[in-house]
Structure formats: structure tokens, C-alpha cells
Design a protein. Sequence first.
Length: 290
Amino acid sequence: MIGAFVATLALASPAAARPPIDFHDARYCEILVLTGEVPDATVTVFNTIGLNDCPPAKWEAIDAGALAQELGARAVILNGPRHFLMDSATGDPGRVRSFDGLRMRKVATIPIRTADELVARAYSERTIERHNTWTWEAGRRVYELLAPDGSDYVMQSYSQIRDPQLSIGELRSLGDRLELPEGWRYRSRVLKRDLTLVARGKATIVQDDLTNTYQRLPRESDAKRHRVDVAGSTRTVDSPSEGTLHDQGTVSGKPFGDGTIDLVVTFGENSTASGTFTIDAKDGALRWPS
């Protein structure tokens, strides 16, 4: 049966006329609804983020079996409570509905092609179909799994499913509790700059043996060429040091849409220049170097 492997997007609607959601350590719960038969089965994921903090009394009162029968589903899985760890998120959430008085938002649909995909396995990669952007701010502590092949996974949410008392304060030393496979490592570090993860259709995740969920950071082998058609304009806002200019401005075009750009350029010898830039736009974000 499907376990708590599903890592979903839970996003604040850009058009919502409400204060931004404080995602960091925000408690949430999910209901996973399995319909259809393999290889055409689908899991539809509903999430409480931005609507409520999954009140324990309401959550514990939900009968998964009865709800599955009511919905005409093959199964309903209760996934939570969990706590997000990023600082902010953007995306396009779906409709809102109520399950036994608990309001939730549709956030993802996941195709299930084989019976094996119904089994949860710790430290095993799974690809999820979703579109979202998650950001951890500079100075934020993050928690990571490092695989023997060099893959790096950052914890997106910690789980209170197997350990109801697990708290964010315990994550720094969590590696002492995990049953890590040979060659795997757990680490904690403080970010020197913002970390942004963008899923444009797919994201790769793993879970540890306590069902905490991690998303894989981009690898060089994941890079693909994409046509970019972007126009913009900037103006110099300051000069941090001799030979260095800091510009800010606006951009538009594919694939990012309308947004802003922030760039720092240092001029060198023989008319050379090097620098960094960040684009933050309607349909995505990009930092170079990443």
C-alpha cells in the first residue's frame, strides 16, 4: 500500500489576497486518494498548508477507510502531521475542499504505473510530477542526505508520523538516529546564500527511515539545453568595490515571464568580465552560478 513517501507541492497562490505563508516549521497534513488500476492508477494529493495547521482533533477523527468508501477510491492514506522547512514557496495550487470538516487544497496528482510504486522504501529515489519553486534563505540551517554517487538531498519536511515528538530542534543531530545505508551521510549546515529549488514538471525525492522527505539538488548530469528568449534593462545601484558594478532591473520573455534581475559584474584585464545574477520572475527563478 502507498506509504508516506509522497512529497507534494504545497504552495501559496500568487493571486491570493492574504498575507504570505510562513512555511518554515509550518505544520501540515495530507490526504492521498488512490483511484484507478495499475498502470493507470493516480494518487491525488490534498494538503492543509495555508488553510489551517491540521488541528489534531480533526486529523485524528478522520477514518481513512470510511473516507475511501465515501470517495469511491481504492484507498485513502493519511500522511502527517509534517512540518515544512523552506522559507517560501510559489506555484499554482488547485481547488479547496473539505474532508470531515478539515479544509485542504489539491496540490498534486501522481501517476502510478507499477505495483512497485505503491511500496515505500527508505533511501530510494522517487520521481514526483509537480511544478513549484522552494526557497531557503541565506542564514537558514538546512539538513541533507549525501549519497555515495554524489547526489545531495535537502530536507523539505520533517515527519511526526513515526516519531510524534520529533521537533525542528532535534534535526541537527538526527543522523545519530538514522539507519543510513552504507556510504550515505547526514549533515547539517548554515546557508551562505539563498537556496532555490525549482521543479518544472518533475522532482526527485527520497525519504529516510523516519519518513522525513528530501528533494535532490540539481546535478551537472541533469542539465539540459533550453532556448531562452529574454529581454531586460538594468541600472547601476552601487559599486561594492573598484571595478565592480551592482545592477538591478527588470526582465521579460520566455521561460521566466515578467520579473526582476539582480546582477554583480567585476571587470578584469583584457576587457574581460565575470559575475553573478539572479532572476526572480512570475514563472520561475534562476541563480547563476547555481
